[in-house]
Write a protein that binds this ligand. Structure first.
Ligand code: PMP
Length: 426
């Protein structure tokens, strides 16, 4: 199904939610950056596949053959989705967090890692050891590239990896990935791209960006939870200890008792032990195919909504948007903000209960970034409200949010909400 504006339709488009004042309202899901709703096409494909799923690789039965074919086909879909090199490997994981943990465990000994401290925790925390350099993110794109350059110059000899996000999950701003990749290359370093937020919004080309690894999550790409991928250079992954040990990761186990000898697989199966998430992987592939066929419409849809949203927020008294960079940069449809005098958690609760609008509040698993950027925006505290647009968003959703914020600010914090288990509720 294709929505009127030429974008793929989402399955949750007609959902209604209860209001505290009684009655129901169409759900305005403005939280795509946390998890995007499933596409209609994905839902139908999964529904057709469910009666057929079976264990991959190990069964001779017809259903096993179907599952294996679809599972393996999805590696090719993902390779095309990120325009990977023919030699790149596609390892299926649970999500971006899992992908970066796999990469972290696969680094050659003494690999130096350079990463901005403003990254999402999934990209910030998996790297361990004395050779990890967490650098403060500068306020201009040019300075960000120079900061990576300087950090790499100070790294000891040996393998090096730069980890950078494509689009910030806090501000939606795009990082200068190609420029950072060029710097990495000059230093003989590799670069890993956190595409959790970029991939649902923009076509990615590992070849054009000259990026070595990319990590992404199905649930942010309009497929259900549980499947993600790490795509990139095969050599470190092939040489690493299996991420999980068990069936499927082995070619051969010989001997017995204490004399056991294991020959591990060389391919992506090396890191995919256990029965894989066949349905989730299939769904991820279908979602990627849908996005790849509609990039122009997806971009146009988001651009219209984002400018409407930012214009609306700019007119709210006391509302300040969080930004990584001083100058405007290319960005996806994610905006975080604080409103002077209003607690973000309370605002999000009122938006949900009184207006049927779903947003996120908090520090977005990027605690360093959120706290620092609130300070730069002229606020205090560690938490903000985040609005994130996607294929389930409409102009009505955006207008409802802006109107709601205007009303809330005009009325002041007069809704009587109480905090239960750490969250505000009517
Ligand atoms: N990186 C970024 C930029 C993200 O926004 C997220 C999810 N919020 C992740 C990584 C982690 O994704 P997941 O929770 O699917 O592992």
């Amino acid at each position: 199904t294709v929505a009127p504006q030429g974008i793929p339709a989402v399955a949750g488009a007609g959902l209604s939610v209860p209001l505290v004042t009684g009655g129901e309202i169409g759900y305005a899901n403005l939280d795509h950056a946390a998890s995007a709703p499933c596409l209609d096409a994905v839902r139908r494909a999964v529904d057709e596949f469910l009666p057929w799923y079976a264990s991959v690789h190990r069964g001779a039965g017809f259903a096993s053959q179907v599952s294996t074919r679809l599972y393996e086909r999805t590696r090719d879909i993902l390779r095309r989705f990120v325009d990977a090199r023919a030699t790149d490997t596609v390892v299926f994981t649970r999500n971006t967090t899992d992908s970066f943990n796999l990469l972290a465990r696969s680094l050659p000994r003494h690999t130096s890692v350079v990463v901005f401290d403003t990254e999402h925790h999934a990209a910030l925390l998996p790297w361990r050891g004395p050779n990890v350099r967490r650098i403060p993110a500068p306020r201009t794109r040019l300075a960000a590239v120079s900061a990576v350059d300087e950090a790499l110059a100070e790294c000891p000899q040996g393998p090096r990896l730069v980890v950078v996000t494509g689009a910030s999950n806090v501000t939606g701003e795009l990082l200068p990935v190609a420029e950072i990749a060029a710097v990495a290359r000059r230093h003989g370093a590799r670069i890993a791209l956190d595409a959790a937020q970029l991939a649902p919004h923009r076509r990615i080309s590992l070849r054009e960006l000259d990026v070595d690894y990319v990590a992404l999550s199905g649930h942010k790409l309009y497929a259900p939870f549980g499947a993600g991928a790490l795509i990139g250079r095969a050599d470190w992954l092939r040489a690493a200890q299996p991420y999980l040990a068990g069936g499927g990761a082995t070619k051969l186990v010989t001997g017995e008792a204490d004399e056991l000898a294991v020959v591990w697989n060389d391919g992506p199966e090396r890191h995919e032990a256990g029965s894989p998430n066949t349905v989730g992987v299939y769904a991820l592939g279908v979602a990627c195919e849908q996005l790849a066929a509609h990039w122009d419409a997806v971009g146009a849809h988001e651009e219209i909504l984002l400018s409407r949203l930012r214009k609306g927020l700019a007119a709210i008294p006391g509302c300040a948007e969080l930004r990584l960079f001083d100058a405007p940069v290319d960005r996806v449809g994610t905006v975080s903000f604080v409103v002077d005098g209003f607690e973000p958690g309370w605002l999000a609760a009122v938006l949900s209960a009184e207006y049927g609008i779903g947003v996120r509040d908090g520090a977005f698993c990027a605690h360093v970034a959120t706290k620092r950027l609130i300070g730069v925006a002229g606020g205090a505290g560690r938490q903000a409200v985040r609005v994130s647009l996607g294929l389930g968003s409409t102009t009505e959703h955006v207008d409802r949010l802006v109107l709601a914020l205007r009303q809330i600010v005009a009325r002041g914090a007069r809704w009587e909400y109480t905090k239960q288990d750490g969250r505000w509720a009517p």
